[in-house]
Ligand binder design. Structure first.
Ligand code: GMT
Length: 377
């Protein structure tokens, strides 16, 4: 099949899922066209089955806001026609589903019928999409998609609760390429560069937005290191990074916390990690937690959104109420206190992550593509 994928090309989870999905589809023989404003960050595997088409928005002084949706829908029409693309798969409703709907109508006027699938990732529904400024357009684009998928049961429920949805929402979980993590294990794990042998290494990875509750990450670590020798690796960048660095200095733990910025070497960082912290306000799924588990790392998280579908209480880690720093620190110490317990959690985290392999998930997307193609054209 010739598939056009629209996504945000940045470090966010939705872009990662879209990129990894596109790469996996191309390995199965599909021709995949990424249509977005930059080459997706994880798209380092250009092959003859993968194409990247840049959406360029011409700056014009009259515009206070540059019309990205317009440029995107025009680019979609142009690319579909030039490469005979058979299906569009847009990740993140805003504004991608809206642009895909417009492209579909323009193509229809030229006698081309093409279906589009919308995958909802979370913030496009829970934090931004349901805001009165966007609600109507998001609801319209979801209802006019040929198929809709959500990355967890919880996100499906949120979508139905927040919008007047007339379409079936299929749950297709996020996934990991477990082979990649097994291969990474064969590389030397450079633990000694970051911690002494008796220190535990704790990691947080995110885009440091308020929803990630970065201050909680620091406060949880502050409590953990009072009873266990440990280092904290803060991976990623975003609006709350500066305040986190101030907090670390104020608490007097600057020697134990390393801010690594955005990294393309996540498997190398996760291979030396003992525990992953994700105390988010909400997560539709928590791909970062699943990636940690694939690297045999237990997870301390909150119990909101889709996190309980990924992190299993007492098995792959522990879950606490949002903001319950004491409980999260207490649970972390429970896992880290001795090697036997830690090894047990590491093994269970990996075992549970195996349920989310790309091999299990990819056919579910292919099935959706087949169905909408049959129904549509
Ligand atoms: O929150 C992020 O890190 C970015 C955001 C995005 O839209 O890219 O992530 C959302 O989609 C991911 C992939 O499906 C999910 O794993 C994240 O849980 C979800 N984030 C939120 O719901 C806050």
């Amino acid at each position: 099949m010739k598939i056009g994928i629209v996504c945000y090309p940045t470090y966010g989870g939705s872009g990662v899922v879209a990129t990894e999905l596109g790469i996996a589809l191309s390995k199965k023989g599909h021709e995949v066209h990424f249509i977005t404003y930059n080459q997706p960050v994880r798209l380092n595997a250009l092959s003859e089955k993968i194409f990247f088409h840049e959406v360029y928005v011409e700056e014009y002084p009259l515009f206070h806001y540059q019309p990205y949706e317009l440029a995107l829908s025009s680019k979609l029409v142009e690319t579909v026609k030039e490469y005979n693309i058979e299906i569009l798969h847009v990740h993140y409703a805003i504004p991608h589903a809206y642009a895909a709907y417009m492209a579909k109508q323009m193509l229809k006027a030229d006698g081309i019928d093409i279906p589009f699938v919308t995958t909802l990732h979370g913030t496009d529904i829970t934090l931004v999409g349901s805001h009165p400024n966007y609600r109507k357009a998001v609801e319209f684009s979801i209802n006019n998609s040929d198929a809709v998928t959500a990355v967890s049961k919880s996100l499906k429920e949120d979508t139905i609760r927040l919008f007047n949805i007339k379409k079936e929402v299929h749950v297709i979980y996020n996934f990991i390429d477990i082979e990649k993590y097994l291969l990474a294990e064969q590389e030397p794990c450079l633990r000694g560069n970051l911690a002494t042998p008796k220190e535990r290494i704790i990691t947080h990875i995110s885009n440091f937005r308020p929803v990630k509750r970065i201050a909680d990450v620091i406060q949880i670590f502050y409590k953990i290191q009072q009873s266990i020798d440990a280092k904290l690796l803060m991976v990623g960048d975003g609006p709350d990074r500066d305040s986190a660095e101030y907090l670390v200095r104020d608490l007097g733990i600057a020697d134990q916390v390393k801010f690594l910025g955005n990294s393309m070497e996540l498997s190398k960082i996760l291979c030396l990690t003992d525990l992953f912290l994700l105390p988010s306000q909400t997560e539709s799924f928590g791909l970062a937690a699943l990636e940690a588990m694939a690297a045999k790392t237990p997870v301390i998280s909150t119990n909101t959104g889709g996190l309980p579908e990924v992190n299993i209480q007492g098995v792959t880690g522990y879950l606490s109420n949002v903001g319950d720093i004491d409980d999260m620190a207490k649970n972390a110490v429970k896992i880290l206190k001795d090697d036997v317990t830690l090894e047990k959690f590491k093994a269970s985290a990996f075992k549970f992550a195996e349920r989310f392999t790309i091999d299990a998930i990819l056919p579910q997307y292919e099935e959706v593509y087949r169905t909408v193609k049959e129904d549509c054209c």
